[in-house]
Design a protein around this ligand. Structure first.
Ligand code: TGC
Ligand code: FAD
Length: 388
């Protein structure tokens, strides 16, 4: 009887009953309501974000690791497992949950005023209102400290000018969390959709994360009241603090995409006969499968370890970098290797492997590129910052 790759590492035994139940519930919803449509969403480059947000809100996964304001208040491991199961369907679905819960909601939850929290968080947890997170600019990605977007005081108001680029859910969001340079350093602002001077054109023709909306944010003399600023975030540590949360979800999520690829490749190789024997019966195939199972298993153990550290309040940012760099890089390698096992069938949307591989190209780049995370780890190891 074949053993599942996770079973080789006895992963299930490391989870509590509640964590297993949350994982089972998210997986079942994903298989029932998301997987049957995902190839079409990817092919069309169109995602029914509003419908999905409401479904994900009902499931309780939006901002699920936050407490109060309608959020589920689960532990970090449960949130990670939900990300894993959503990304097993498509990275774009995990992205939706990451941006809503770990970036937009987290920014408000962590740095917002009581009024801002009450206004936005319950509706965002329910999936009735959507948020996005605008940090990257056309000329400032890895180095957000060089951002050009400004917020200037005008009487009691703020006036924002600038452009944000590659913003997930930008054109469907009800509120954009926008980071801008002020006289007192980088500050965060809540920009409601429809504010005069604010527009969010969608970016088309992506070859990756096609089941995800990506947009530009254009701010032309956008006037906001004084209370649109997030009072608790000062300096670059504000947005970077949010990134720690979303990167943590990706550490688990990437394993979901890789698991789906490996399960697909094993099932395919079992059925596929080459030179009159099943593909699984060849040593070269078994070598590939064994190597991938090792990386997948090590990746899930690393994710769980980081999850336990996070729940214990001991997850330093460089540890998140270790997980993000390793698990996304290995997931991408696994997706590409699985593609070889599927031969020509691997390049179609009939199977998920190249879709996952293409998605993982974006995942390797967003939330800190693999090079940025290598440099964060390098700085931790040597004490030398080699970013600039
Ligand atoms: P540096 O001088 O190191 O730090 C500036 C201030 O920030 C603090 N800090 C952090 N705080 C919390 N968490 C972290 N991970 C932090 N890293 C640094 C630091 O202590 C300092 O605070 P203070 O109070 O002393 O001022 O900053 P640097 O300019 O040298 O940059 C360091 C670097 C390169 C690591 C950072 O800029 C970086 O992480 N760059 C990558 C940018 C990035 O990841 N962008 C992602 C945009 S969002 C996104 O991609 C969403 S995709 C979502 C989806 O669809 O799933
Ligand atoms: P650059 O920073 O220009 O990097 C180009 C290359 O240079 C990379 O290989 C990089 O690693 C390398 N490099 C950079 N610095 C160094 C260095 N010091 N040493 C050596 N090499 C270096 N951003 C948001 O704010 N919100 C979002 O919701 C969001 N969603 C996204 C969705 C998608 C689909 C994508 C693709 C991106 C999204 N991003 C988002 C943007 C993402 O965070 C940036 O693309 C990422 O931070 C990298 O920035 P960049 O693309 O400008 O690349």
């Amino acid at each position: 009887m074949p053993t599942h790759p996770f079973e080789l590492f006895a992963v299930d035994g490391l989870l509590t009953d509640e964590e297993r139940e949350i994982q089972r519930t998210v997986r079942a919803m994903g298989e029932r309501e998301l997987r049957p449509h995902v190839a079409e969403w990817f092919e069309d480059g169109a995602l029914p974000v509003r419908d999905l947000a409401r479904k994900l809100g009902e499931l309780g996964v939006l901002g699920m690791h936050l407490t109060g304001y309608g959020c589920a208040g689960t532990n970090a491991v449960s949130y990670g497992l939900a990300c894993l199961e959503l990304e097993a369907v498509d990275s774009g679905l995990r992205s939706l949950v990451s941006v809503q819960g770990s970036l937009a909601m987290y920014a408000i939850w962590r740095y917002g005023s009581e009024e801002q929290k009450r206004e936005w968080l319950p509706a965002m947890a329910a999936g009735e209102r959507l948020g996005c997170f605008g940090l990257t600019e056309p000329d400032a990605g890895s180095d957000p400290g060089s951002m050009r977007t400004t917020a200037k005081r005008a009487g009691g108001d703020w006036v924002l000018n600038g452009t944000k680029m590659w913003i997930t859910n930008g054109s469907v969001a009800d509120v954009a969390v926008v980071w801008a340079r002020t006289d007192e350093g980088v500050r965060g602002f809540l920009v409601p959709a429809g504010t005069p001077g604010f527009s969010a054109p969608e970016i088309k023709r992506k070859l990756s994360l096609r089941a995800s909306v990506t947009s530009e944010l254009v701010l032309e003399d956008v006037r906001l009241p004084a209370d649109a600023m997030l009072p608790g975030a000062r300096g670059l540590s504000g947005p970077l603090g949010c990134l720690n949360e979303a990167r943590f979800g990706i550490v688990f999520g990437a394993i979901g995409a890789a698991r789906d690829c490996l399960e697909t490749a094993i099932a395919y190789a079992t059925e596929r006969e080459v030179f009159s024997r099943p593909l699984t019966s060849y040593q070269l195939t078994q070598q590939k499968l064994a190597d991938m199972a090792l990386e997948l298993g090590k990746g899930v153990l690393l994710a769980l370890h980081l999850g336990r550290l996070k729940d214990a309040g001991d997850l330093a940012p460089e540890r998140v970098s270790v997980g993000k760099l390793n698990n996304v890089r290995e997931a991408l390698d696994i997706a590409r290797q699985c593609r070889t096992i599927l031969g020509a069938n691997g390049v179609t949307l009939e199977y998920p492997v190249l879709r996952h591989a293409n998605n993982l190209e974006s995942v390797l780049t967003y939330e800190g590129t693999s090079e940025v995370h290598s440099l964060v780890i390098g700085r931790a190891l040597t004490g030398e910052a080699a970013f600039r």
